[in-house]
Design a protein around this ligand. Structure first.
Ligand code: SF4
Length: 136
């Protein structure tokens, strides 16, 4: 994980890497870019505000859905809670294909056999065969 972090610093400048439930966005306290990791691998990198408003990777979506929202009395839509099932696999005995596929709510056949590469999709950097991109 340390190597991932050092590599991202070189590539993106200011950023935060998060793995698991340590993810939190506080205005004024976040880096410009956030890298979300699953089993020690980066699955999504984006600007903090963009990531928070429209996460593309299913794991990022599940993480953000667990962040408590304050009822401010507005009619703003609330994030639907995504509860992941299954256990977190061992990093030394990863599932085939996408490491997240046994727990992913939108996994398809390709996910079980083909590991998704980290790639640029509509301004996002995401490792997913079926990312959720706003407007698509
Ligand atoms: S590649 Fe497939 S299993 Fe992995 S996160 Fe994307 S949709 Fe889910």
């Amino acid at each position: 994980m340390l190597l991932d972090v050092q590599d991202l610093r070189v590539r993106f400048g200011s950023f935060t890497a998060v793995d698991g439930l340590s993810f939190r966005v506080d205005e004024g306290e976040v880096s410009d870019r956030i890298a979300v990791m699953y089993l020690g691998e980066v699955v999504e990198v984006a600007e903090a505000e963009s990531l928070y408003q429209a996460p593309a990777h299913p794991y990022t979506q599940a993480l953000l859905s667990a962040v408590p929202e304050i009822d401010d009395g507005s009619d703003a839509p609330r994030r639907e809670r995504i509860v992941l099932t299954g256990d977190v696999p061992s990093p030394i005995d990863r599932p085939s294909g996408c490491s997240f596929h046994p727990r992913c709510p939108v996994a398809r056949e390709r996910c079980r056999t083909e590991r998704p590469a980290l790639r640029e999709v509509a301004g996002r950097t995401v490792a997913c065969h079926h990312p959720s991109i706003a407007g698509n």
